[in-house]
Each structure stands twice: as structure tokens, then as C-alpha cells.
Design a binder for this molecule. Structure first.
Ligand code: OSB
Ligand code: MG
Length: 351
């Protein structure tokens, strides 16, 4: 396929309700939609999900726009490629900037699936058409119980709650005990780094299936100690930004499970390598969210279709964050699941 045209489009929307973590409160979201046109007129879409400021990862949406325009797009425009995994190679002269790279690379995967007249999930070797949904409760303590109840009523069977060392453990215990049929995850976003494994242990008997990223990105030793001393499984999110990070976690036995974030890893090609490593070393995987719009979500749903993605991911309905999503039809949750489209590529129309 020869790349004939690449376009960037900025999308900006307020969230329906604030997303509050120990690191940041997000009230509005800006992303860049990348569209790549091939020589037969097919159009593939990717979404750049860096945040406005570097509170979660180093990249910013403004920095990504700069790198896309000045460094990445010129490397791809007009090129003829035979497989989407050549894009990572093509971008080798640009250091880092994985979220910017991922947005373009994802668009090329979508394009190739469309040229093949296949759904993206089948194109990448997916095997499940119904993906278990999952939602994140990131709210003030006074609103956690109410938002969990709403999530259960909306059919979600996996709920992730944002925690930090001061979160009321009695409250969490009551909530988790009230819904024995629900799978509860906890996400600490590194907030225990100012405390200790001892403090983390006080969250061990709440009933969480896993605790996500208790310590800092590079605090492998603390994570390894936590893995040894807690019954609750330790899951790394921010720590895993490359294949090398994945190898480091395995070598140091620093966790049981990881969150796959295709944007942070630089796209499909790197993500598939990480999955392969996880499979070899019996590390559990699931697909994380970035408060994203439908294009990124569609790619992530295709990713979650792969065999071996064993835990339910951050997959909420379009209407959870957005008044109106940028894809049609919008993503809906029915009976706790999202059913993948059989349409070519990501399977949704970008509006
Ligand atoms: O730590 O998983 C995280 C959202 C933004 C930044 C970091 C994280 C999150 C989430 C996922 O928790 C929210 C979602 O998109 O469903
Ligand atoms: Mg996380």
C-alpha cells in the first residue's frame, strides 16, 4: 500500500463528569485523530491520547502534534509499505514519542485491515467477538459508593476504583463485600511510593483481584517485595512503556499482571511483542483505557479480542465519558459486554 495522504484533526470535549485521580483531575479532553489514506482510497484511523500536561506520561498532546507534523508524517507520506509492522522501523530515527508514533501506526493497521476487507480484530488474530466491559470509578470518597452502584446497574461486572494510601479502607471493604459477583480492581497510580509495602498490605484483605501500580514507575524492588508479601496480585501499568520494561519486570519478578496500553508502547507492533513475552512467562494481561474516544477504544477492543487477554479491561460505553462520541454507531455495553463489529478495519464510521 502506498500512503497517499495523512491528515490530523483535533477533537476537544468536556467529560460528562470529572475524572479524579491522586495525580490529576481531568475535566476536558483533547486528542488528535490521524487519518491515513492509501492508494486505493481506503482510510485508516488512529488516535493520539497524550494528555494536555505530562502528569501521567512524559508526552503532551501539543508535543505530539509537533512531532507528528515535523518528524513522523514526513517519514511515512508517499511511502509504499507491505505490512503495518514496517512503520515502527520507519520511525526509528525519531527517539521516544511513542504516543505520537502509536497514533499513526494504529491508523496504518486499520488501513491494512480495510484493504484486506477484514475487521481489525480478525486481521490481528483476535478470537473473541464479545469483550467483557469494565469501568473506572475515579471520584471523591463521598461519591465512590454511588458511582459503584450506578456501574453495577449499567451492567458492568468489573469495576476499577482509584485508591491512594489515605483512602478509607472500611468504605472500600463495605463496597466490595456488597457485590460478591463483581470483579474489583484497585489502581493506585504510584501513590504508595511515599509510603511502604507495609502500608500497601493494609489494603490486602479488601477483596481486590489486583492492585495496579502501587509504587513508582521504576521502583521494581518495591513491586517485587509487594508481589512476595501480598495475596492480592500486583499489576503494573505506568512501569510498562516498552518491551525492555516488560523484560525488566519479568527478570525482577516485580508483578503478576500488566496493563497493556498500546499508545504508551508505541502501537500495535510493540504491543504484540509485549503480549508474546507475557505469554511465555505466564504474566496476565488486560487492556487499559486513556479516557479516550471511539477510535482509540475500537483499536483497544480489537486488542482485547486476542487470545490470552484474560482480565476485563477499561472498556466503558461511549456515553460514560462523552455526550457524543466521534464514531458511529457509538459503543454500547449490553449484558456486561461490548460486541465487536464485523465491518472492515476498526468497524466504526468516524464522524
Ligand atoms: O492509570 O489507568 C490509569 C485514565 C487516564 C490516565 C491513567 C489511567 C486512566 C484510567 C482508565 O484509569 C480510564 C478509562 O479510560 O476508562
Ligand atoms: Mg492505571
Amino acid at each position: 500500500v502506498t500512503i497517499r495522504d495523512i491528515q490530523l484533526e483535533t477533537v476537544r470535549q468536556p467529560l460528562r463528569k470529572p475524572f479524579k485521580t491522586v495525580l490529576q483531575q481531568v475535566e476536558e479532553r483533547e486528542v488528535i485523530i490521524v487519518s491515513v489514506t492509501g492508494d486505493k482510497g481506503h482510510v485508516g484511523y488512529g488516535e493520539c491520547v497524550a494528555f494536555e500536561t505530562p502528569w501521567y506520561t512524559e508526552e503532551t498532546i501539543t508535543g505530539c502534534r509537533f512531532v507528528l507534523v515535523h518528524s513522523l508524517l514526513p517519514l511515512l507520506d508517499g511511502k509504499t509499505i507491505s505490512h503495518p509492522n514496517e512503520v515502527w522501523e520507519l520511525f526509528q530515527t525519531v527517539k521516544g514519542n511513542r504516543m505520537a508514533k502509536a497514533a499513526v501506526e494504529m491508523a496504518v493497521w486499520d488501513l491494512f485491515a480495510k484493504v484486506d476487507q477484514q475487521s481489525l480484530w480478525k486481521f490481528v488474530g483476535g478470537s473473541r467477538q464479545a469483550i467483557p466491559a469494565g469501568v473506572v470509578v475515579a471520584a471523591d470518597p463521598s461519591k465512590i459508593a454511588e458511582q459503584v452502584a450506578q456501574a453495577v446497574n449499567s451492567g458492568y461486572r468489573r469495576i476499577k476504583i482509584k485508591i491512594h494510601p489515605e483512602t478509607d479502607r472500611t468504605l472500600l471493604k463495605t463496597i466490595v463485600a456488597a457485590y460478591p459477583e463483581i470483579l474489583f480492581f484497585a489502581d493506585a497510580n504510584g501513590s504508595f511510593q511515599t509510603h511502604s509495602v507495609e502500608r500497601l498490605k493494609t489494603f490486602d484483605d479488601i477483596g481486590f483481584t489486583l492492585i495496579e501500580q502501587p509504587f513508582g514507575e521504576r521502583q521494581w524492588e518495591l513491586h517485587a517485595q509487594a508481589k512476595k508479601e501480598l495475596d492480592t496480585k500486583i499489576c503494573l501499568d505506568e512501569s510498562i512503556a516498552s518491551v525492555e520494561d516488560m523484560q525488566e519486570m519479568i527478570d525482577r519478578e516485580a508483578g503478576d499482571i500488566i496493563v497493556l496500553k498500546m499508545s504508551r508502547l508505541g502501537g500495535w507492533t510493540e504491543t504484540l511483542k509485549v503480549i508474546e513475552l507475557c505469554r511465555t512467562h505466564s504474566i496476565g494481561t488486560w487492556v487499559g483505557g486513556m479516557i479516550e474516544f471511539g477510535v482509540s477504544k475500537a483499536h483497544n477492543l480489537a486488542l482485547a479480542s486476542l487470545p490470552g487477554i484474560i482480565y476485563p479491561g477499561d472498556f466503558s460505553a461511549s456515553g460514560h465519558f462523552w455526550e457524543k462520541d466521534i464514531i458511529e454507531p457509538e459503543i454500547i455495553v449490553e449484558n456486561g459486554e461490548i460486541v465487536l463489529s464485523d465491518q472492515p478495519g476498526i468497524g466504526y464510521t468516524v464522524v
